[in-house]
Write a protein that binds this ligand. Structure first.
Ligand code: FES
Length: 358
C-alpha cells in the first residue's frame, strides 16, 4: 500500500469521516501562495533575529550595578528590559509564525471521528506514522524549504538561548581566585590590619554612626554593617560596604544572666551579653529581622524559621537547617564595637560558599 492509501485506511479504521478537505492553494506556485509563504518565513526570521538579539544582550550588555547618577547607569538599567523584550518578542514572533502557517498554508479540513475506548490495536499503531507522513505532505511543508529553514533557524536560536539562560550563571568560575575568591569572604574581613567597626544605618550614607555597648538596652536588637576609617567620605565604598548581600548583621544585647550555649570553638565570639549573628537566613536568604526578647527567638518572616539565641542561633523551627553564622566581636580601646575577624563559616543559604570539605 502507498503511504496515502495507508493514511486513508488509518482514517477509516479510526472511524474518521472526512467531510471535506481542500488545499489552501490548489494550484502550486501562485503569487498568493508565495506571498503567504514569505509572510510566514518573515515571522520565523523575526523570531530568530530577536532570539539572536537576546543572546547578544544577555552575554555582552553591561549588567554590573552602576549607581544612579553615575556614567553608565542608564545603559545598566536597560539590561533587564532589553533581555526581557528580546526574549519575549522572539517567542511571540514564533507563535505568530506557527499560527500563520496553519491558517494560511494547511488544508481546510473538517473531519468527524467517533469516540472509542481502550488502547489502540496493532493496525492503528502501524498506520499512525503513515498518517502523520501524509499529513506532512498535505500541509505542503515538505516542499516549502524557505519556511522549514527559517523555522529551523528560529527554533535553533531559541534553543541555544534557553540553554544560555540556564547555563549562563555558572559559566564563570567562582573559585578562579583561589583562597582570595570573593565568595570566601565578606565585608567583615579586616584588611591590611585596618579595624572593621560595627555601624548602624542612619539613612544617610556619609553619616557614620559607630556602635558602643551603651547604645543598646538589654533585650534589644540593632542591624549593623561593616565600616573602615579608610571609607570615610567615600560614598561609593560606603554604599558598597552597606549593600553587600552578606553584610547585614544583627547585634543583639541579651537580657542579663541569659545563659547561651556556644558552639565549639566560638566560646569567645560574644562580648558579654552582646552577640552578633548574620542577618541572612540560612534557608533562602531573607533578612531574619525579628528578635523576641521574651523567649530569645530570632524569627525569619519569609518561611517562619526560628533560631534560638541561647543555642547560639541554632534553628529550632521551620525549614532552615543551619545556624546563623556568628561574627566574632569585641570592644576596642575607644569603646566601639569592632569585628575580630570575618565570619568563620558561609553566610546565607548559598551552597557554593560552603567549604569544599562539607
Ligand atoms: S528564608 Fe528564612 S525561613 Fe525561608
Amino acid at each position: 500500500m502507498t503511504p496515502e492509501q495507508l493514511a486513508r485506511l488509518a482514517g477509516e479504521l479510526d472511524d474518521v469521516d472526512v467531510v471535506h478537505n481542500t488545499a489552501a492553494f490548489p494550484i502550486e506556485g501562485t503569487r498568493a501562495e508565495k506571498r503567504a509563504e514569505r509572510s510566514v518565513a518573515l515571522w520565523f526570521l523575526i523570531s530568530a533575529l530577536s532570539g539572536l538579539a537576546f543572546l547578544v544582550a544577555f552575554i555582552w550588555w553591561p549588567w554590573e550595578y552602576v549607581n544612579a547618577g553615575e556614567p553608565g547607569h542608564a545603559i545598566y538599567s536597560l539590561y533587564t528590559p532589553v533581555i526581557g523584550f528580546t526574549f519575549g518578542f522572539s517567542i511571540l514572533a514564533l507563535g505568530i509564525a506557527v499560527i500563520q502557517a496553519v491558517k494560511k498554508l494547511f488544508p481546510n479540513e473538517v473531519a468527524v471521528q467517533q469516540r472509542h475506548d481502550g488502547p489502540s490495536d496493532e493496525i492503528d499503531r502501524r498506520t499512525i506514522m503513515a498518517q502523520l507522513a501524509d499529513a506532512g505532505q498535505k500541509t505542503t511543508l515538505g516542499r516549502r524549504k524557505l519556511i522549514v529553514r527559517s523555522a529551523g533557524l528560529s527554533a535553533a536560536v531559541l534553543g541555544v538561548g534557553t540553554g544560555v539562560v540556564a547555563l549562563g550563571g555558572i559559566v564563570r568560575n567562582p573559585w578562579a581566585e583561589g583562597d582570595e575568591a570573593p565568595l570566601w569572604h565578606t565585608g567583615w574581613r579586616p584588611e591590611n590590619g585596618e579595624t572593621v567597626y560595627l555601624r548602624t544605618d542612619t539613612g544617610i550614607v556619609g553619616d557614620i554612626a559607630r556602635v558602643r555597648p551603651e547604645d543598646m538596652e538589654p533585650g534589644s536588637m540593632m542591624t549593623v554593617f561593616p565600616f573602615r576609617e579608610s571609607e570615610r567620605g567615600n560614598e561609593e565604598e560606603l554604599l558598597h560596604a552597606q549593600r553587600a548581600s552578606d553584610a547585614p548583621v544583627m547585634l543583639i544585647r541579651l537580657r542579663p544572666n541569659t545563659q547561651v550555649t556556644p558552639r565549639p570553638g566560638q566560646e569567645d565570639f560574644n562580648y558579654g551579653d552582646f552577640y552578633a549573628w548574620s542577618k541572612i537566613c540560612t534557608h533562602l536568604g531573607c533578612p531574619t529581622s525579628l528578635y523576641q526578647a521574651q523567649d530569645n527567638r530570632i524569627l525569619c518572616p519569609c518561611h517562619q524559621s526560628q533560631f534560638l539565641a541561647t543555642l547560639d542561633a541554632e534553628p529550632v523551627f521551620g525549614p532552615a537547617a543551619r545556624p546563623l553564622p556568628q561574627l566574632p566581636i569585641t570592644v576596642n580601646e575607644e569603646g566601639y564595637f569592632v569585628a575580630r575577624s570575618d565570619f568563620v563559616e558561609p553566610v546565607g543559604p548559598a551552597f557554593w560558599e560552603r567549604p569544599k570539605t562539607t
